[in-house]
Design a protein around this ligand. Structure first.
Ligand SMILES: *[C@@H]1O[C@H](CO)[C@@H](O)[C@H](O)[C@H]1NC(C)=O
Ligand SMILES: *[C@@H]1O[C@H](CO)[C@@H](O)[C@H](O)[C@H]1NC(C)=O
Length: 77
């Protein structure tokens, strides 16, 4: 599910720029940013905190959409 993804992609697959995980605007991020397994921090890279979604995603800076998956392929299993 890409929880261990540590790349620097900063756009959703729709082309929206990602919001920094440490920012509360435009989305109020209530995810725990301190779990090292999630690789969150002072950046806006695509991540999958808690492995709770299908693949890495990010909050969107655009108000049209709250968040989006990033265009990262999953490994086939
Ligand atoms: C990814 O971002 C980190 C932190 O800003 C930086 O240290 C690293 O060089 C970047 N990696 C690439 C491939 O751009
Ligand atoms: C953001 O969410 C937290 C936790 O739900 C809440 O306490 C806080 O008031 C919210 N802040 C804004 C600006 O909505």
């Amino acid at each position: 599910n890409g929880r261990d993804y540590r790349g620097n992609m900063t756009f959703t697959s729709q082309g929206y720029p990602c919001q920094k995980w440490t920012s509360n605007y435009p989305n109020n991020i209530t995810i725990d940013l301190t779990n090292e397994l999630d690789g969150l921090g002072e950046h806006n890279f695509c991540r999958n905190p808690g492995g709770e979604r299908e693949r890495p995603w990010c909050y969107s800076l655009m108000t049209e959409t709250e968040w989006g998956y990033c265009d990262l392929p999953l490994c086939s299993e």
